[in-house]
Design a protein around this ligand. Structure first.
Ligand code: CP
Ligand code: NVA
Length: 338
């Protein structure tokens, strides 16, 4: 797999994944996400804050979506921009029209492209041929916007630190791959508990391990993995596009359900996460999903705030930079006074 996940060049910024971002930039993005989240609470302040005014974003969905589509469309609207949602099948991406032509054409009309696609190579192709920022809204390989919102959920609760043990229980899928990519960027302890044969992308795993930043373990015993976890995380056993394998997967993954017995293995303070859509009774029991340790709806809400912050960073870098300069000056003056 080509190691071109995020490009931060002076002429164009994409967000395809984590590998070319640094830890400082992630924390900056989280601080901006907090600012955006708080601003949304004061409706009057938000109505004057329109950093995407006159900007349009083309969104291509080649797979179903609820959270991603709603949070991007709403976020773009709240920032003063306009979202055009396109169905990948009806555009005929790669069949009716080449990926290259779609990318060049959308670049003439819009200010950014957000895309949810099957093959990751297609989003890399769009990024290569467009002149505007491209955001990965999920591919078969990765789902970085989801993991950004997940880590922000832990960050805002002051749970994120280099000792945190995040245990992903289930399939080594796109969401698990993004956690692994992140482990090559921010230090933490990541454990993936998956059945044999359902391991994550080897290229991403090797790349993250080579960076030597985080402890990354791949285990096949979910109860052993869950021991003293700070976070128990799961996702569907059958991802979009794998529907034909559903029955076999339910059989193979049944010991990998997050339930009360597994939660007892984790720390008493552990939180439970799931990117949703969720299937109670399969990858997670209803009592855990709806129980007091679940932060699942917070994660889903945070997609909105984090993606708004990301769009401002990509589409109106001056506003984003100004916020951070002011923030740094304020912090420096606070330190001088104390
Ligand atoms: N978590 C997530 O991406 O949800 P959707 O598939 O509904 O967008
Ligand atoms: N792994 C899941 C994530 C859904 C948000 C899928 O790709 O279907």
């Amino acid at each position: 797999m080509e190691d071109v996940q995020i490009k931060l060049t002076s002429e164009k910024r994409d967000f395809l994944g984590f590998s070319h971002l640094d830890a400082g930039k992630i924390i900056e993005l989280f601080d901006y996400s907090l600012f955006i989240k708080n601003k949304r609470k004061e409706k009057s302040a938000e109505s004057n804050f329109l950093p995407l005014k006159d900007k349009t974003v083309a969104m291509i969905f080649s797979k179903p979506s609820l959270r991603t589509r709603v949070s991007f469309e709403l976020g773009i609207h709240e920032l003063g921009g306009y979202a055009i949602t396109l169905d990948g099948q009806s555009i005929g991406l790669g069949s009716r029209e080449s990926v290259e032509d779609v990318a060049m054409l959308l670049s003439r009309y819009n200010d950014a492209i957000v895309a949810r696609l099957h093959e990751h190579a297609i989003i890399e192709g769009i990024a290569q041929h467009s002149t505007i920022p491209v955001v990965n809204a999920l591919t078969d390989l990765s789902h970085p916007c989801q993991v950004l919102a997940d880590v922000f959920t832990l960050y805002e609760r002051s749970l994120w630190n280099e000792h945190i043990k995040v245990v992903f229980v289930g399939d080594g899928n796109n969401v698990a791959n993004s956690w692994i990519e992140l482990a090559g960027l921010l230090p933490f302890h990541f454990v993936l508990a998956c059945p044999e044969g359902y391991t994550p992308d080897q290229g991403l795993l090797e790349c993250a391990r080579k960076k030597g930043i985080s402890k990354i373990e791949i285990l096949h015993d979910p109860m052993e993995a869950a021991a003293k976890a700070d976070v128990l995380y799961t996702d569907v056993w059958t991802s979009m596009g794998q529907e034909e394998e559903k029955e076999e997967r339910i059989r193979i993954f049944s010991p990998f359900q997050i339930n009360s017995a597994m939660l007892r293995e984790a720390k008493p303070t552990a939180v439970v996460m799931h990117c949703m859509p969720a299937h109670r009774g399969q990858e997670i029991s209803a009592e855990v999903m709806d129980g007091p340790q679940s932060v699942i709806l917070d994660e889903a809400e945070n997609r909105l705030h984090v993606q708004k912050a990301l769009l401002v960073k990509l589409l109106n870098h001056d506003v984003y930079r100004k916020f951070h300069l002011t923030h740094r000056l304020l912090n420096a003056s606070k330190k001088t006074k104390s």
